[in-house]
Design a protein around this ligand. Structure first.
Ligand SMILES: NC(=O)c1ccc[n+]([C@@H]2O[C@H](COP(=O)([O-])OP(=O)(O)OC[C@H]3O[C@@H](n4cnc5c(N)ncnc54)[C@H](O)[C@@H]3O)[C@@H](O)[C@H]2O)c1
Length: 388
């Protein structure tokens, strides 16, 4: 199985992610076939792509929008995928639907066509199991918006032919992306390691330690993150962020480290999905007054340390369990969610002992498994060693 610029790429699902990935592939020189089972979604993607490419041409970022648009075919049937050498699926996040679509696609494509899923939180292995040649199935997890976000997680299922990893990695580099390899475990790298950024912040808020504006202020001004957890989840949408949290929690056999919160679940139930509905943790009405943070630096530092300790613990544990290597873990968190620095570098900067101390204090206080330190963090701290 080889892929080069002459390979036709098929995209299943023309929503936010499918359209974005299709744009990336066409801009890298591929002919692209886009299929969606909803004709309105397909035509919306078509006009959106035309408008986006036109804007890029006006800004001088591409030579000719028409040339790139000429590489697209929009299809209402999977049969159009016959000549594809790579198919990337970006449909609704439901295992039963994805399995059915993979089984359908396999009936059309050649035996050498690679089949990839853009799933955020489902098992790639179980999607591969729906295929008669599971060795050609893998995960290619892009981030939103796909044309702008550099990171792509390359995820081999347990059935995937190992030769596909370097093929996919080279292809993603040719598309101008930064690929990392992740084990097929819930949330892969980013959606696993980032969970405490939201979960621990919400916990601090629920316990009344600080209000949302104060926690967001601390995480941006003291922690150096681009957005605070509450502003960010409002931006992502609670329908998306809560569902990923819940799926990761269930997929980890209900490990309390990933436990969702009632505060966020209630927002979802109320339809307060964030910016897109005008209300989430914050009220976005024009008349609403922005809450004022309490700029108590000592309190702020305590909260940042607590959340960052939990994030570092996730990164160290992912390393310990072979989810990814050190370099890929650092790349994933800086390029996938724009953290100010890699979590292992952050751990090193202030020393493994400090972070273990914070976690052990929390564990002592709460007696909750949620705060258990990774055995690798403990081992390194006991030897006074960093991650190098
Ligand atoms: N939105 C994100 O931030 C994000 C980021 C990374 C990965 N993902 C993943 O990408 C996938 C797509 O997400 P999205 O945000 O683009 O969703 P979306 O709702 O914007 O688009 C999904 C599209 O798939 C189409 N579709 C649904 N069922 C289909 C079927 N059986 N056959 C063909 N087309 C079908 C829908 O008509 C829709 O146009 C999901 O697996 C999601 O978890 C999303």
């Amino acid at each position: 199985m080889t892929i080069d610029q002459h390979t036709t790429v098929g995209i299943i699902g023309s929503g936010a992610m499918g359209a974005g990935i299709a744009q990336v592939a066409a801009m890298a020189g591929h002919n692209v076939v886009v299929y969606d089972n909803n004709a309105a979604a397909l035509s919306k993607a078509q006009s959106m792509l035309a408008a986006t490419l036109q804007k890029l041409e006006e800004k001088g970022k591409i030579a000719s929008a028409a040339d790139i648009l000429g590489r697209f075919r929009f299809a209402e049937h999977l049969t159009a995928f016959e000549e594809c050498g790579l198919v990337i699926e970006a449909i609704v996040e439901r295992l039963d639907v994805k399995k059915a679509v993979f089984a359908e696609a396999e009936k059309v494509v050649s035996s050498t066509c690679i089949l990839a899923t853009n799933t955020s939180s489902l098992s790639v292995t179980s999607i591969a199991a729906a295929c008669s040649i599971p060795s050609r199935v893998m995960g290619l997890h892009f981030f939103n918006p796909a044309p702008l976000m550099a990171l792509v997680e390359v995820i081999p299922a347990i059935q995937t032919d190992a030769a596909l990893i370097p093929i996919a990695t080279t292809l993603m580099q040719a598309w101008g992306k930064t690929p990392v390899t992740a084990k097929d475990t819930p949330g892969f790298i980013v959606n696993r390691v980032a969970r405490p950024f939201y979960g621990e912040a919400i916990r601090i808020y629920e316990e009344g330690i600080a209000d949302i504006a104060t926690i967001d202020w601390a995480m941006t001004e003291i922690g150096g993150f681009k957005m605070g957890p509450f502003a960010l989840t409002d931006y992502i949408g609670h329908d998306v962020n809560y569902v990923v949290t819940e799926t990761v929690f269930q997929s980890f056999f209900y490990d309390p480290r990933y436990k969702p919160s009632f505060s966020q679940k209630r927002l979802l139930e109320a339809g307060w999905l964030g910016r897109k509905t005008g209300r989430g943790f914050y009220d976005y009405a024009a008349t609403a007054a922005a809450p004022t943070p309490n700029k108590d630096v000592e309190l702020g530092k305590m909260m940042v340390d607590r959340i960052v300790a939990m994030l570092i613990n996730e990164a160290v544990d992912a390393l310990h369990l072979g989810v990814a290597n050190m370099e890929d873990l650092e790349t994933a968190m800086t390029k996938g969610v724009n953290y100010p620095k890699g979590l292992l570098a952050w751990c090193n900067d202030e020393g493994t002992g400090k972070w273990l101390g914070i976690l052990d204090n929390l564990y002592q206080q709460y007696h909750e498994d949620r705060y258990r330190a990774s055995v690798l963090l403990r081992k390194q701290a006991m030897k006074n060693k960093n991650f190098v």
